[in-house]
Design a protein around this ligand. Structure first.
Ligand SMILES: C[S@@+](CC[C@H](N)C(=O)[O-])C[C@H]1O[C@@H](n2cnc3c(N)ncnc32)[C@H](O)[C@@H]1O
Length: 427
């Protein structure tokens, strides 16, 4: 199959109906396309996932009933068509013709008439349909209702900005490998290649690219001169502040972005632990590209008695599994794969990892707790509860308002991804 729209419809069916992640499905579909068409496939899949509730709403109005069973993929093809008409700069006649043509490629010439009619009717009724979608919050903001409610409660002033920022394309940040060059020197090399960028003094290892580029265009990327990592994620290693010769645990390490950053900053003995063996292979690949080394260990952070050798750590990074609600703009499928009930389960898992790992920290040692979530239950509330039940844990404030009743630093999506950090010291 080499039809972009047909592949997009199949990919979206796998993600939305079958619960697969876009991160696994998109590369699979991309490989079937010539390189020149891959960006379009990505743009359509991201776009439909960003606007799914409103696209569903339009189809509800335009079809007598949703397409089901063996025709289900054509429901997603309709979303692909309408998304192009509403949000892309493809001429309308081409968007309709190409979407109808995709039905042929998906072996259903009998549905061409229906698809053509629905797309034409959308064009005719677009203003009325958009107004009716705007009256329904889930369609207006294109986020699940449970998540909108949680944001409203947590951020009475900012919730609409967060929802708006989640719908934007994420910027590309680089992390400069300080073992190979300074940030300023690498920025000068980008200038030499004509790659526009800006620096931000708050992120000393980071460079914000004006436009995303293929990593192959970056100077000495294959040799480990830089990595792609959002600026918010780059704070983890700096807050941990690793020192030479220290014994450090990165307890939820895969795919290894933060492990590698720690090792770029210090000659430390690092254990990179993760429960997922497949993801752990990516840590190894990243270490190799950057010419770094760590001990990679497939194990469960919540049960150290099964793997810990008894030597306490100077520093521990706990970048725990979380709802990933801070990185929705990079992974719009999160909105539809996550359920409200997941949050309680994740919070319980995070608490059990915190409790199990704390005894592994030396007295005087530092633990950095991190999530890419914007939900207080996984962040401030999690750390407040941990401090209350852990007598020898003390908060090391990251800013003036970082206190035990509202601990840590919450970054919201915008300039960087949404992230949360709290730094704890063992007395
Ligand atoms: C947020 S990701 C870590 C990202 C990583 N620190 C980085 O910067 O590249 C969370 C990781 O926790 C792992 N994980 C989930 N449950 C775990 C457990 N019980 N023990 C250890 N790792 C776990 C997942 O496999 C996932 O790789």
């Amino acid at each position: 199959m080499t039809n972009v729209r047909a592949l997009a419809a199949q990919t979206l069916f796998q993600v939305v109906d079958k619960g697969q992640s876009l991160t696994t499905q998109l590369p699979y579909a991309s490989r079937q396309l010539p390189v020149k068409d891959r960006a379009l496939l990505q743009q359509i899949c991201y776009g439909v996932l960003r606007y799914l509730p409103s696209l569903e709403h339009y189809c509800q109005q335009l079809l007598e009933q949703p397409l089901k069973g063996k025709n289900r993929v054509f429901q997603f093809l309709l979303y692909v068509g309408i998304y192009q008409l509403q949000h892309m700069r493809v001429p309308a006649h081409a968007a309709v013709a190409e979407t109808v043509n995709a039905a042929n490629k998906l072996q259903a010439p009998g549905l061409k008439g229906l698809i053509n009619a629905v797309l034409r009717n959308f064009q005719r009724a677009q203003d009325t349909l958009e107004a009716s979608a705007d009256a329904i919050p889930v369609c207006k903001y294109n986020h699940p209702g449970w998540f909108i409610k949680k944001l409203q409660a947590a951020y009475p002033q900012q919730w609409q900005d967060i929802l708006h920022d989640n719908q934007q394309q994420a910027p590309m940040w680089l992390r400069v490998n300080q073992r190979q060059s300074s940030t300023a020197d690498y920025a000068a090399r980008l200038d030499g290649e004509g790659i526009a960028h800006t620096l931000d003094p708050d992120f000393v290892d980071g460079i914000l690219l004006t436009k995303p580029v293929d990593v192959q265009q970056l100077p000495d990327f294959a040799q480990g001169a830089s990595s792609v990592q959002d600026a918010a994620a780059q704070m983890a290693a700096r807050l941990l502040d690793p020192q030479d010769s220290e014994h450090i645990l990165d307890a939820c390490a895969a795919p290894g972005g933060k492990t590698c950053h720690i090792l770029e900053l210090a000659d430390a003995n690092v254990i990179a632990l993760d429960a997922d063996g497949e993801r752990l292979k990516r840590v190894d690949e990243n270490l190799k590209r950057l010419h770094l080394s760590a001990q990679c260990l497939e194990a469960n952070a919540a049960t150290p008695d099964t793997w810990w050798q008894g030597e306490q750590f100077d520093r521990i990074l706990l970048d725990v599994p979380c709802s990933a609600t801070g990185v929705i703009r990079r992974h719009p499928d999160i909105k539809w794969l996550r359920r409200a009930t997941d949050i309680d389960e994740l919070a319980a898992l995070q608490a059990s990892i915190l409790d199990a790992i704390w005894p592994l920290l030396k007295p005087g040692g530092t633990l950095v707790y991190a999530t890419c979530s914007v939900l207080p239950q996984e962040n401030t509330e999690q750390v407040t509860a941990f401090l209350a039940r852990t007598a020898d844990a003390q908060l090391t404030p990251l800013h003036a308002q970082d206190t035990p009743d509202k601990p840590g630093l919450q970054l919201l999506p915008g300039h960087t991804d949404g992230f949360y950090y709290a730094r704890l010291k063992k007395q």
